[in-house]
Design a protein around this ligand. Structure first.
Ligand code: FAD
Length: 449
Protein backbone atom coordinates (compact mmCIF):
# COMPACT_ATOMS: atom_id res chain seq x y z
CA UNK A 1 0.00 0.00 0.00
CA UNK A 2 1.42 3.36 -1.05
CA UNK A 3 0.96 6.46 1.09
CA UNK A 4 0.80 8.60 -2.05
CA UNK A 5 0.40 7.78 -5.75
CA UNK A 6 1.15 10.64 -8.12
CA UNK A 7 -0.06 10.85 -11.72
CA UNK A 8 2.40 12.83 -13.85
CA UNK A 9 6.10 13.54 -13.36
CA UNK A 10 6.23 17.20 -14.41
CA UNK A 11 7.63 19.87 -12.07
CA UNK A 12 4.53 19.38 -9.91
CA UNK A 13 4.56 15.60 -9.70
CA UNK A 14 8.24 14.78 -9.42
CA UNK A 15 8.93 17.50 -6.83
CA UNK A 16 5.92 16.29 -4.80
CA UNK A 17 7.26 12.71 -5.03
CA UNK A 18 10.72 13.66 -3.74
CA UNK A 19 9.32 15.83 -0.93
CA UNK A 20 6.87 13.12 0.16
CA UNK A 21 9.62 10.54 0.23
CA UNK A 22 11.86 12.88 2.24
CA UNK A 23 9.01 13.15 4.75
CA UNK A 24 8.94 9.36 5.12
CA UNK A 25 6.06 8.43 2.79
CA UNK A 26 6.02 5.43 0.45
CA UNK A 27 5.50 6.97 -2.99
CA UNK A 28 4.53 5.77 -6.48
CA UNK A 29 5.07 8.16 -9.39
CA UNK A 30 3.41 7.35 -12.73
CA UNK A 31 4.56 8.97 -15.98
CA UNK A 32 3.33 8.06 -19.45
CA UNK A 33 5.98 10.05 -21.28
CA UNK A 34 9.28 11.60 -20.11
CA UNK A 35 10.29 12.62 -16.59
CA UNK A 36 10.16 16.40 -16.14
CA UNK A 37 6.85 16.90 -18.00
CA UNK A 38 6.20 19.83 -20.29
CA UNK A 39 8.56 22.08 -18.35
CA UNK A 40 11.67 20.02 -19.00
CA UNK A 41 10.80 18.39 -22.32
CA UNK A 42 8.81 21.00 -24.26
CA UNK A 43 8.69 24.17 -22.17
CA UNK A 44 10.83 26.10 -19.69
CA UNK A 45 14.21 24.46 -20.30
CA UNK A 46 14.17 23.93 -24.10
CA UNK A 47 13.04 27.52 -24.68
CA UNK A 48 15.73 28.91 -22.39
CA UNK A 49 18.36 26.83 -24.19
CA UNK A 50 17.18 28.27 -27.53
CA UNK A 51 17.11 31.78 -26.05
CA UNK A 52 20.74 31.36 -24.96
CA UNK A 53 21.79 30.29 -28.47
CA UNK A 54 19.82 33.12 -30.07
CA UNK A 55 21.16 35.79 -27.68
CA UNK A 56 24.72 34.53 -28.14
CA UNK A 57 24.33 34.95 -31.91
CA UNK A 58 22.79 38.39 -31.37
CA UNK A 59 25.57 39.51 -29.00
CA UNK A 60 28.32 38.31 -31.35
CA UNK A 61 26.71 40.22 -34.19
CA UNK A 62 26.86 43.33 -32.00
CA UNK A 63 30.38 42.57 -30.70
CA UNK A 64 31.70 45.82 -32.18
CA UNK A 65 29.87 47.76 -29.44
CA UNK A 66 32.24 46.08 -26.94
CA UNK A 67 35.35 46.85 -28.98
CA UNK A 68 35.51 43.29 -30.24
CA UNK A 69 35.76 42.40 -33.87
CA UNK A 70 33.79 39.35 -34.90
CA UNK A 71 33.13 38.85 -38.57
CA UNK A 72 31.03 36.34 -40.45
CA UNK A 73 29.00 35.25 -37.42
CA UNK A 74 26.91 32.20 -38.30
CA UNK A 75 24.70 29.73 -36.51
CA UNK A 76 23.80 26.13 -37.22
CA UNK A 77 20.18 25.36 -36.32
CA UNK A 78 20.84 21.63 -36.15
CA UNK A 79 23.59 22.24 -33.57
CA UNK A 80 21.34 24.62 -31.62
CA UNK A 81 18.58 21.97 -31.44
CA UNK A 82 21.11 19.29 -30.51
CA UNK A 83 22.47 21.44 -27.68
CA UNK A 84 18.89 21.86 -26.42
CA UNK A 85 18.24 18.11 -26.64
CA UNK A 86 21.47 17.31 -24.79
CA UNK A 87 20.51 19.63 -21.94
CA UNK A 88 17.03 18.07 -21.70
CA UNK A 89 18.53 14.56 -21.73
CA UNK A 90 20.99 15.44 -18.99
CA UNK A 91 18.23 16.85 -16.81
CA UNK A 92 15.96 13.82 -17.51
CA UNK A 93 18.75 11.66 -16.13
CA UNK A 94 19.13 14.02 -13.18
CA UNK A 95 15.46 13.64 -12.22
CA UNK A 96 15.65 9.83 -12.57
CA UNK A 97 18.70 9.86 -10.29
CA UNK A 98 16.98 12.05 -7.67
CA UNK A 99 13.83 9.89 -7.67
CA UNK A 100 15.89 6.74 -7.26
CA UNK A 101 18.00 8.32 -4.52
CA UNK A 102 14.78 9.18 -2.69
CA UNK A 103 13.33 5.66 -3.10
CA UNK A 104 10.38 6.78 -5.23
CA UNK A 105 8.84 3.88 -7.23
CA UNK A 106 8.57 5.05 -10.84
CA UNK A 107 5.96 3.45 -13.12
CA UNK A 108 6.28 4.12 -16.88
CA UNK A 109 2.79 4.05 -18.29
CA UNK A 110 -0.62 5.66 -18.28
CA UNK A 111 -2.13 5.93 -14.83
CA UNK A 112 -5.88 5.66 -14.39
CA UNK A 113 -7.72 6.28 -11.15
CA UNK A 114 -10.09 3.37 -10.47
CA UNK A 115 -11.41 4.71 -7.18
CA UNK A 116 -10.08 6.94 -4.40
CA UNK A 117 -7.72 4.21 -3.15
CA UNK A 118 -6.75 2.40 -6.36
CA UNK A 119 -4.80 3.44 -9.43
CA UNK A 120 -4.19 1.24 -12.46
CA UNK A 121 -1.01 1.32 -14.49
CA UNK A 122 0.13 -1.26 -17.06
CA UNK A 123 -2.68 -3.61 -15.89
CA UNK A 124 -1.39 -3.46 -12.31
CA UNK A 125 -3.51 -2.06 -9.49
CA UNK A 126 -1.66 0.14 -7.00
CA UNK A 127 -3.36 0.46 -3.62
CA UNK A 128 -2.88 3.90 -2.14
CA UNK A 129 -3.95 6.04 0.81
CA UNK A 130 -3.76 9.30 -1.17
CA UNK A 131 -3.59 10.41 -4.81
CA UNK A 132 -2.07 13.53 -6.34
CA UNK A 133 -3.17 14.42 -9.86
CA UNK A 134 -0.35 16.28 -11.61
CA UNK A 135 -1.35 15.53 -15.20
CA UNK A 136 -0.55 18.99 -16.63
CA UNK A 137 -1.79 20.64 -19.82
CA UNK A 138 -1.41 20.76 -23.60
CA UNK A 139 -1.50 23.54 -26.23
CA UNK A 140 -4.85 24.78 -27.50
CA UNK A 141 -5.52 24.95 -31.22
CA UNK A 142 -8.72 27.04 -31.38
CA UNK A 143 -11.44 26.25 -33.93
CA UNK A 144 -10.24 28.82 -36.46
CA UNK A 145 -11.29 27.53 -39.90
CA UNK A 146 -8.31 25.92 -41.63
CA UNK A 147 -6.06 25.94 -38.54
CA UNK A 148 -6.01 22.20 -37.95
CA UNK A 149 -5.52 21.44 -41.65
CA UNK A 150 -2.67 23.88 -42.28
CA UNK A 151 0.68 22.11 -42.57
CA UNK A 152 2.38 25.43 -41.83
CA UNK A 153 0.88 25.55 -38.34
CA UNK A 154 2.81 24.34 -35.29
CA UNK A 155 2.38 24.58 -31.54
CA UNK A 156 5.00 25.40 -28.89
CA UNK A 157 5.96 21.69 -28.96
CA UNK A 158 6.81 21.19 -32.64
CA UNK A 159 8.53 24.56 -33.05
CA UNK A 160 11.27 23.37 -30.69
CA UNK A 161 12.55 20.93 -33.31
CA UNK A 162 12.58 22.83 -36.61
CA UNK A 163 14.90 21.69 -39.38
CA UNK A 164 15.21 25.15 -40.89
CA UNK A 165 14.67 28.72 -39.80
CA UNK A 166 11.44 30.21 -41.18
CA UNK A 167 12.07 33.39 -43.15
CA UNK A 168 8.69 34.71 -41.97
CA UNK A 169 7.18 33.53 -38.69
CA UNK A 170 3.72 34.57 -37.55
CA UNK A 171 2.83 33.99 -33.93
CA UNK A 172 -0.85 33.95 -33.03
CA UNK A 173 -1.08 35.03 -29.41
CA UNK A 174 0.92 37.67 -27.53
CA UNK A 175 1.19 35.89 -24.19
CA UNK A 176 4.45 34.91 -22.52
CA UNK A 177 5.04 31.80 -24.65
CA UNK A 178 4.39 33.65 -27.93
CA UNK A 179 6.61 36.54 -26.96
CA UNK A 180 9.49 34.26 -25.94
CA UNK A 181 9.43 32.53 -29.32
CA UNK A 182 9.32 35.97 -30.98
CA UNK A 183 12.53 36.78 -29.11
CA UNK A 184 14.23 33.55 -30.20
CA UNK A 185 13.33 33.68 -33.89
CA UNK A 186 13.70 37.46 -34.13
CA UNK A 187 17.25 37.24 -32.77
CA UNK A 188 18.09 34.46 -35.24
CA UNK A 189 16.89 36.59 -38.15
CA UNK A 190 13.29 35.52 -38.92
CA UNK A 191 10.81 38.27 -39.80
CA UNK A 192 8.44 37.85 -36.86
CA UNK A 193 4.86 39.13 -36.57
CA UNK A 194 2.75 38.66 -33.43
CA UNK A 195 -1.01 38.79 -33.93
CA UNK A 196 -2.94 39.49 -30.73
CA UNK A 197 -6.73 39.72 -30.40
CA UNK A 198 -6.59 42.00 -27.34
CA UNK A 199 -5.52 45.69 -27.27
CA UNK A 200 -2.12 44.72 -25.84
CA UNK A 201 0.25 41.82 -25.35
CA UNK A 202 1.35 40.33 -21.99
CA UNK A 203 -1.89 41.35 -20.32
CA UNK A 204 -0.99 40.17 -16.80
CA UNK A 205 2.01 42.53 -16.69
CA UNK A 206 2.17 46.16 -15.58
CA UNK A 207 0.98 48.42 -18.46
CA UNK A 208 3.95 50.78 -18.38
CA UNK A 209 6.43 47.90 -18.46
CA UNK A 210 4.60 46.41 -21.46
CA UNK A 211 4.67 49.80 -23.23
CA UNK A 212 8.47 49.96 -22.98
CA UNK A 213 8.87 46.25 -23.72
CA UNK A 214 6.81 46.70 -26.89
CA UNK A 215 9.05 49.55 -27.99
CA UNK A 216 12.05 47.25 -27.49
CA UNK A 217 10.39 44.49 -29.54
CA UNK A 218 9.60 46.91 -32.36
CA UNK A 219 13.14 48.28 -32.35
CA UNK A 220 14.47 44.76 -32.75
CA UNK A 221 12.25 44.34 -35.83
CA UNK A 222 9.38 42.33 -34.36
CA UNK A 223 5.99 43.45 -35.63
CA UNK A 224 3.09 43.40 -33.18
CA UNK A 225 -0.50 43.61 -34.45
CA UNK A 226 -2.93 44.14 -31.56
CA UNK A 227 -6.76 44.22 -31.72
CA UNK A 228 -6.40 41.71 -34.53
CA UNK A 229 -8.63 38.68 -34.68
CA UNK A 230 -7.55 35.74 -36.84
CA UNK A 231 -10.58 34.39 -38.70
CA UNK A 232 -9.12 31.99 -41.25
CA UNK A 233 -5.93 30.08 -41.97
CA UNK A 234 -5.54 28.71 -45.47
CA UNK A 235 -2.23 26.88 -45.82
CA UNK A 236 0.29 29.65 -45.14
CA UNK A 237 -2.16 32.55 -45.47
CA UNK A 238 -3.57 34.09 -42.31
CA UNK A 239 -6.67 36.24 -42.51
CA UNK A 240 -7.37 38.57 -39.62
CA UNK A 241 -9.68 41.45 -38.88
CA UNK A 242 -8.17 44.64 -37.51
CA UNK A 243 -10.35 47.69 -36.97
CA UNK A 244 -13.12 46.11 -39.04
CA UNK A 245 -10.75 45.69 -41.99
CA UNK A 246 -9.88 42.25 -43.29
CA UNK A 247 -6.17 41.72 -43.89
CA UNK A 248 -4.14 38.76 -45.11
CA UNK A 249 -0.64 37.85 -44.14
CA UNK A 250 1.59 35.26 -45.77
CA UNK A 251 3.96 33.32 -43.55
CA UNK A 252 6.45 30.45 -43.82
CA UNK A 253 5.50 29.15 -40.38
CA UNK A 254 2.58 29.84 -38.06
CA UNK A 255 2.94 29.32 -34.33
CA UNK A 256 -0.33 28.90 -32.47
CA UNK A 257 0.30 30.25 -28.97
CA UNK A 258 -3.12 31.21 -27.66
CA UNK A 259 -2.99 29.26 -24.42
CA UNK A 260 -3.10 25.80 -22.89
CA UNK A 261 -5.79 23.37 -21.85
CA UNK A 262 -5.67 21.23 -18.71
CA UNK A 263 -5.63 17.43 -19.22
CA UNK A 264 -8.82 16.92 -17.22
CA UNK A 265 -10.65 14.36 -19.39
CA UNK A 266 -10.04 11.44 -16.98
CA UNK A 267 -11.03 13.41 -13.90
CA UNK A 268 -14.19 15.36 -14.70
CA UNK A 269 -16.52 12.61 -13.44
CA UNK A 270 -14.36 12.02 -10.38
CA UNK A 271 -13.67 15.39 -8.76
CA UNK A 272 -15.22 18.85 -9.06
CA UNK A 273 -14.15 20.61 -12.25
CA UNK A 274 -14.95 24.21 -13.16
CA UNK A 275 -14.13 26.11 -16.38
CA UNK A 276 -11.90 23.26 -17.52
CA UNK A 277 -9.79 22.99 -14.34
CA UNK A 278 -9.90 20.79 -11.24
CA UNK A 279 -11.13 22.84 -8.30
CA UNK A 280 -8.68 22.88 -5.36
CA UNK A 281 -8.40 24.71 -2.05
CA UNK A 282 -5.30 26.49 -0.68
CA UNK A 283 -3.80 23.09 0.22
CA UNK A 284 -4.56 21.66 -3.25
CA UNK A 285 -7.27 19.37 -1.94
CA UNK A 286 -10.00 18.48 -4.50
CA UNK A 287 -13.65 17.71 -3.73
CA UNK A 288 -12.47 14.24 -2.58
CA UNK A 289 -10.47 14.62 0.66
CA UNK A 290 -7.62 12.17 -0.16
CA UNK A 291 -7.20 13.36 -3.77
CA UNK A 292 -5.12 16.46 -4.44
CA UNK A 293 -4.48 18.25 -7.76
CA UNK A 294 -1.38 20.36 -8.45
CA UNK A 295 0.13 22.34 -11.29
CA UNK A 296 -1.43 23.28 -14.63
CA UNK A 297 -4.38 20.95 -14.08
CA UNK A 298 -5.89 23.24 -11.43
CA UNK A 299 -5.33 26.30 -13.63
CA UNK A 300 -4.42 28.65 -10.79
CA UNK A 301 -1.18 29.70 -12.51
CA UNK A 302 0.28 27.73 -15.41
CA UNK A 303 3.86 28.06 -14.23
CA UNK A 304 6.42 25.44 -13.29
CA UNK A 305 7.45 27.14 -10.03
CA UNK A 306 3.80 27.24 -8.96
CA UNK A 307 3.39 23.51 -9.77
CA UNK A 308 6.46 22.64 -7.67
CA UNK A 309 5.44 24.88 -4.78
CA UNK A 310 1.94 23.39 -4.83
CA UNK A 311 3.47 19.90 -4.86
CA UNK A 312 5.33 20.62 -1.63
CA UNK A 313 2.30 22.21 0.07
CA UNK A 314 0.00 19.34 -1.01
CA UNK A 315 2.38 16.69 0.31
CA UNK A 316 3.00 18.52 3.60
CA UNK A 317 -0.73 18.95 4.07
CA UNK A 318 -1.71 15.37 3.38
CA UNK A 319 1.09 14.12 5.65
CA UNK A 320 -0.20 16.34 8.47
CA UNK A 321 2.65 18.85 8.50
CA UNK A 322 0.37 21.90 8.74
CA UNK A 323 1.85 24.09 5.96
CA UNK A 324 0.65 27.61 5.10
CA UNK A 325 -1.83 27.56 2.19
CA UNK A 326 -0.49 28.69 -1.19
CA UNK A 327 -0.62 32.48 -1.51
CA UNK A 328 -1.13 33.07 -5.22
CA UNK A 329 -0.66 36.84 -4.80
CA UNK A 330 3.05 36.20 -4.21
CA UNK A 331 3.91 34.39 -7.43
CA UNK A 332 6.56 35.96 -9.70
CA UNK A 333 5.96 36.20 -13.45
CA UNK A 334 8.88 36.15 -15.87
CA UNK A 335 9.32 36.77 -19.59
CA UNK A 336 12.68 35.62 -20.96
CA UNK A 337 14.54 36.95 -23.96
CA UNK A 338 17.20 39.44 -24.99
CA UNK A 339 15.39 41.94 -22.82
CA UNK A 340 13.44 40.44 -19.95
CA UNK A 341 10.43 41.30 -17.87
CA UNK A 342 9.75 40.14 -14.35
CA UNK A 343 7.22 41.15 -11.78
CA UNK A 344 5.52 40.20 -8.55
CA UNK A 345 2.51 41.53 -6.70
CA UNK A 346 0.07 44.14 -7.92
CA UNK A 347 0.50 46.19 -11.08
CA UNK A 348 0.38 49.98 -10.68
CA UNK A 349 -3.03 49.99 -12.38
CA UNK A 350 -4.38 47.45 -9.88
CA UNK A 351 -3.08 49.55 -6.97
CA UNK A 352 -4.81 52.62 -8.43
CA UNK A 353 -8.05 50.70 -9.05
CA UNK A 354 -8.02 49.50 -5.44
CA UNK A 355 -7.60 53.12 -4.24
CA UNK A 356 -4.52 52.23 -2.18
CA UNK A 357 -2.41 55.23 -1.16
CA UNK A 358 1.00 54.49 -2.57
CA UNK A 359 4.33 55.71 -3.85
CA UNK A 360 5.85 54.43 -7.09
CA UNK A 361 9.63 54.57 -7.39
CA UNK A 362 11.27 54.21 -10.75
CA UNK A 363 14.96 53.89 -11.54
CA UNK A 364 16.35 53.53 -15.07
CA UNK A 365 19.10 50.97 -15.57
CA UNK A 366 21.19 53.71 -17.19
CA UNK A 367 21.80 54.98 -13.60
CA UNK A 368 23.62 51.75 -12.73
CA UNK A 369 27.35 51.50 -13.49
CA UNK A 370 27.36 47.71 -13.89
CA UNK A 371 24.56 47.90 -16.48
CA UNK A 372 26.54 50.37 -18.58
CA UNK A 373 29.67 48.21 -18.24
CA UNK A 374 27.55 45.29 -19.48
CA UNK A 375 26.54 47.37 -22.53
CA UNK A 376 22.95 47.79 -21.34
CA UNK A 377 21.09 51.05 -20.93
CA UNK A 378 17.51 50.19 -21.80
CA UNK A 379 15.08 49.37 -19.04
CA UNK A 380 13.91 50.29 -15.58
CA UNK A 381 12.51 49.01 -12.32
CA UNK A 382 9.42 50.25 -10.56
CA UNK A 383 8.56 49.47 -6.97
CA UNK A 384 5.15 50.33 -5.58
CA UNK A 385 4.89 50.69 -1.79
CA UNK A 386 2.04 51.66 0.54
CA UNK A 387 2.30 54.36 3.22
CA UNK A 388 3.95 51.88 5.61
CA UNK A 389 6.53 50.99 2.96
CA UNK A 390 5.10 47.53 2.46
CA UNK A 391 5.87 46.37 -1.04
CA UNK A 392 2.72 46.08 -3.14
CA UNK A 393 4.34 45.31 -6.47
CA UNK A 394 7.68 45.20 -8.27
CA UNK A 395 8.06 45.33 -12.06
CA UNK A 396 11.30 45.17 -13.97
CA UNK A 397 12.11 45.58 -17.65
CA UNK A 398 15.82 44.90 -18.03
CA UNK A 399 18.35 42.32 -19.02
CA UNK A 400 18.50 39.72 -16.21
CA UNK A 401 15.17 40.95 -14.79
CA UNK A 402 14.24 37.30 -14.17
CA UNK A 403 17.22 36.98 -11.81
CA UNK A 404 16.55 40.28 -9.99
CA UNK A 405 12.98 39.36 -9.09
CA UNK A 406 13.90 36.53 -6.69
CA UNK A 407 15.07 39.02 -4.04
CA UNK A 408 11.55 40.40 -4.02
CA UNK A 409 9.96 36.92 -3.94
CA UNK A 410 11.84 36.34 -0.68
CA UNK A 411 11.07 39.76 0.80
CA UNK A 412 7.38 39.70 -0.16
CA UNK A 413 6.93 36.12 1.13
CA UNK A 414 8.35 37.28 4.47
CA UNK A 415 6.52 40.62 4.54
CA UNK A 416 9.75 42.63 4.65
CA UNK A 417 9.18 46.36 4.15
CA UNK A 418 11.28 48.51 1.83
CA UNK A 419 12.71 50.09 5.02
CA UNK A 420 13.90 46.71 6.27
CA UNK A 421 15.31 45.77 2.91
CA UNK A 422 17.60 48.81 2.71
CA UNK A 423 19.41 47.61 5.85
CA UNK A 424 21.18 45.19 3.53
CA UNK A 425 24.61 45.95 2.06
CA UNK A 426 24.44 45.33 -1.69
CA UNK A 427 27.63 44.44 -3.56
CA UNK A 428 29.03 47.00 -5.99
CA UNK A 429 29.08 46.96 -8.95
CA UNK A 430 26.06 44.74 -9.55
CA UNK A 431 22.74 45.00 -11.34
CA UNK A 432 21.13 44.40 -7.93
CA UNK A 433 21.95 48.04 -7.18
CA UNK A 434 19.03 48.83 -9.47
CA UNK A 435 16.68 47.19 -6.97
CA UNK A 436 18.47 48.86 -4.05
CA UNK A 437 18.22 52.37 -5.56
CA UNK A 438 14.49 51.84 -6.14
CA UNK A 439 14.08 50.70 -2.53
CA UNK A 440 16.00 53.75 -1.28
CA UNK A 441 13.71 55.93 -3.36
CA UNK A 442 10.61 54.10 -2.08
CA UNK A 443 11.66 54.82 1.50
CA UNK A 444 13.01 58.35 0.90
CA UNK A 445 15.34 59.26 -1.99
CA UNK A 446 17.61 57.35 -4.33
CA UNK A 447 21.30 58.30 -4.29
CA UNK A 448 22.29 57.82 -7.92
CA UNK A 449 19.50 59.63 -9.67
C1 FAD B 1 6.97 26.74 -24.42
C2 FAD B 1 6.72 26.81 -22.94
C3 FAD B 1 7.59 27.52 -22.14
C4 FAD B 1 7.38 27.59 -20.78
N1 FAD B 1 8.24 28.30 -20.01
C5 FAD B 1 8.04 28.39 -18.68
C6 FAD B 1 8.93 29.10 -17.87
O1 FAD B 1 9.92 29.67 -18.34
N2 FAD B 1 8.70 29.13 -16.54
C7 FAD B 1 7.60 28.53 -15.98
O2 FAD B 1 7.42 28.61 -14.77
N3 FAD B 1 6.74 27.83 -16.73
C8 FAD B 1 6.92 27.75 -18.07
N4 FAD B 1 6.06 27.01 -18.83
C9 FAD B 1 4.91 26.36 -18.17
C10 FAD B 1 5.33 25.06 -17.49
O3 FAD B 1 5.93 24.21 -18.44
C11 FAD B 1 4.12 24.38 -16.87
O4 FAD B 1 3.48 25.29 -16.02
C12 FAD B 1 4.56 23.18 -16.06
O5 FAD B 1 5.20 22.23 -16.86
C13 FAD B 1 3.35 22.53 -15.39
O6 FAD B 1 3.79 21.47 -14.61
P1 FAD B 1 2.83 20.25 -14.23
O7 FAD B 1 3.63 19.38 -13.34
O8 FAD B 1 1.54 20.76 -13.76
O9 FAD B 1 2.50 19.52 -15.60
P2 FAD B 1 3.33 19.06 -16.85
O10 FAD B 1 4.67 19.66 -16.90
O11 FAD B 1 2.41 19.26 -18.01
O12 FAD B 1 3.53 17.50 -16.60
C14 FAD B 1 2.46 16.63 -16.55
C15 FAD B 1 2.98 15.23 -16.81
O13 FAD B 1 1.96 14.31 -16.54
C16 FAD B 1 2.01 13.25 -17.48
N5 FAD B 1 0.70 12.63 -17.47
C17 FAD B 1 -0.50 13.20 -17.72
N6 FAD B 1 -1.50 12.34 -17.53
C18 FAD B 1 -0.93 11.18 -17.13
C19 FAD B 1 -1.44 9.91 -16.76
N7 FAD B 1 -2.75 9.69 -16.74
N8 FAD B 1 -0.57 8.97 -16.43
C20 FAD B 1 0.76 9.18 -16.45
N9 FAD B 1 1.29 10.35 -16.77
C21 FAD B 1 0.46 11.35 -17.09
C22 FAD B 1 2.40 13.96 -18.77
O14 FAD B 1 2.98 13.07 -19.70
C23 FAD B 1 3.40 15.00 -18.25
O15 FAD B 1 4.71 14.52 -18.30
C24 FAD B 1 6.26 26.91 -20.20
C25 FAD B 1 5.40 26.16 -21.00
C26 FAD B 1 5.63 26.10 -22.35
C27 FAD B 1 4.70 25.28 -23.21
Amino acid sequence: MYDITILGAGPGGYVAAIKASQLGAKVALIEKDSLGGVCLNHGCIPTKSLIKSATTYYTLKHAKEYGVSCENVLFNLEEIIKRKDDIVKKLNGGIAYLLKKNNVDIYSGYGKIINKNEVEVNNEILKTKNIIIAAGSRPIVPPIPGAKESKYLVTSKEILNLKELPKRLTIIGGGIIGVEFANIFGALGSEVTIIERLPSILTSIDDEIVKFYLRGLKRSGIKVLTNSNVTLIKDNLITYIKEEKEETLESDLILMAVGRKANIEDYQDLVKVENGYIVTDGYLKTSIPNIYAIGDINGKYMLAHVASHEGIIAVEHLLGKNPKPVDYSKVPTCVYGIKEVAGIGLTEQEVINKNIEHKTSKIPISAIGKALADGENEGFIKIIVDNNKHILGVWIYSYLATELISTFSVSIANNLTAKEMINAVIAHPTLSELSFEALLDAVDKAIHI
